[in-house]
Design a protein around this ligand. Structure first.
Ligand SMILES: *Cc1c(COP(=O)(O)O)cnc(C)c1O
Length: 336
C-alpha cells in the first residue's frame, strides 16, 4: 500500500498517484474521500484504502465507489453493511485493531468478542486486518510487543490465513523490524525517499528538492541588522543575498536563529535573522560570485530535509506536508 495522503506528503497527489499507477501496488492509502476523489479524477484505478475512521456523511460515497474503509467500531460496520445492502453489493472492508496507537481501531481485548457480531454482516467482506505503530522509530521494545500482540490477535481470530491482507508496518516498521507477520505494508515517508531511521537514509534518494532563487545581492556594513526583530546584526561587512521564499511557502519559520543553511553554488550559506513570509536573507560571503537569479537549494541533495526539520523542532512529515500551493511542483520528465 502506497500511502499518498496529504497530497502525497506534499509531493502532489495526482502526479504521485499516476507515477505509482503502473507499479505492483494493491492500495493507495488516503486520509479521506476528498483525496480518494482526486485520485479517481486523475484517472488512476488502483484500489483506494481509507487509513482512518470515516464519518457517517462520507460512507455512502465510499460504498458507491467501492473504496475500502478500515472499521473501528461495530456502529461503523453496521452502517456500512446497511449502505452496501441498499446498493446491492458486498463491500470489502478491513478491521483496524488498536495494539497501542490509541487513535483508531477496535480495542485489542474487545475485538475477539465483537467478531461474532461483525462476521454475520452479510454485505461486508472482511478481507483485511491492520494495526498501526506509534513509535517504531523511537521505541524498539514497545514495537516488538506490538508485533507480538498483532500476531496473537491473528491467532485468536482464526490464524493469518483468515485474512487476505495483513498489515501493520509503516516506514519505520518496514525498515527496522521483522516483516513476516504481514503480507502488506503501508510505507509513507520512505516512498518519498526519507528514512525515519537515520541509518537507512543512504539506501534512499530523497524525492523532493525545494529550490528558490536569489532576488538581490548586497554588501551590508558591520553593525547592520537583518530581518524582523533585528535578532541578527552583522559583525563584519557581509555579502547578503535575499532569497524569494519564506514561511508563506512552507519553509519553516522556526529555523530562525537555529543555524540553518541553504546551498548556493554548492556552498552552504547560513540563514541570517528571521525567516519572513516571502523572503529569507543568507550570508553568501563565502559562496563566490552570487548574482540575482542564481538557484538556491533550501533542502534536497545537499541540505538534508531531516536537518531542517530538526532545526525547526519538528518532523520531516510536517515539513513536506506544509509546503504550500504557492510552490510550483516540477516533476522529472516535465518540459519547460
Ligand atoms: C500515515 C500512515 C502511514 C505511513 O506512515 P509513514 O511513517 O509515513 O511511513 C501508515 N499507516 C497509517 C495508518 C498512517 O496513517
Amino acid at each position: 500500500m502506497a500511502v499518498v495522503k496529504a497530497g502525497a506528503y506534499g509531493h502532489g497527489l495526482e502526479a504521485v498517484a499516476k507515477a505509482l499507477a503502473a507499479e505492483d501496488i494493491v492500495f493507495l492509502g488516503v486520509a479521506n474521500v476528498a483525496e480518494a476523489r482526486r485520485i479517481r479524477h486523475a484517472g488512476v484505478a488502483t484500489r483506494i484504502y481509507l487509513l482512518g475512521p470515516t464519518w457517517a456523511g462520507e460512507r455512502e460515497e465510499i460504498v458507491a465507489r467501492d473504496w475500502t474503509p478500515c472499521l473501528s467500531s461495530l456502529a461503523e460496520a453496521e452502517h456500512f453493511n446497511r449502505l452496501a445492502r441498499a446498493a446491492g453489493m458486498r463491500l470489502k472492508v478491513h478491521i483496524a485493531v488498536d495494539t497501542g496507537m490509541g487513535r483508531g481501531g477496535f480495542l485489542q481485548d474487545q475485538l475477539p468478542g465483537l467478531m461474532a457480531a461483525l462476521e454475520p454482516l452479510a454485505h461486508l467482506e472482511i478481507e483485511g486486518i491492520g494495526s498501526h505503530l506509534p513509535s517504531a522509530d523511537e521505541d524498539e521494545a514497545f514495537t516488538r510487543t506490538q508485533i507480538a500482540r498483532y500476531l496473537a490477535i491473528l491467532d485468536q481470530l482464526g490464524g493469518p490465513a483468515r485474512f487476505k491482507w495483513r498489515h501493520l508496518l509503516n516506514s519505520a516498521g518496514l525498515l527496522g523490524y521483522d516483516r513476516t507477520a504481514c503480507n502488506l505494508a503501508r510505507p509513507g515517508l520512505m516512498l518519498y525517499g526519507v528514512s525515519p531511521l537515520p541509518h537507512f537514509q543512504d539506501q534512499l534518494a530523497t524525492v523532493m528538492t525545494l529550490k528558490s532563487r536569489v532576488t538581490l545581492v548586497r554588501t551590508l556594513p558591520a553593525g547592520h541588522g537583518v530581518s524582523y526583530g533585528r535578532q541578527f546584526v552583522t559583525t563584519r561587512p557581509t555579502r547578503v543575498a535575499t532569497i524569494g521564499i519564506g514561511y508563506g511557502d512552507g519553509y519553516p519559520r522556526h529555523v530562525s536563529g537555529q543555524g540553518a543553511e541553504v546551498c548556493v553554488h554548492g556552498c552552504h550559506c547560513p540563514i541570517l535573522g528571521r525567516v519572513t513570509m516571502d523572503q529569507i536573507m543568507v550570508d553568501v560571503t563565502a559562496a563566490g560570485d552570487v548574482i540575482e537569479g542564481d538557484e538556491v537549494e533550501m533542502f534536497g541533495p545537499h541540505i538534508p530535509v531531516a536537518v531542517i526539520a530538526e532545526k525547526a523542532g519538528t518532523i520531516v512529515w510536517e515539513i513536506f506536508t506544509g509546503i504550500t500551493p504557492r510552490v510550483v511542483r516540477c516533476y522529472l520528465g516535465d518540459r519547460g
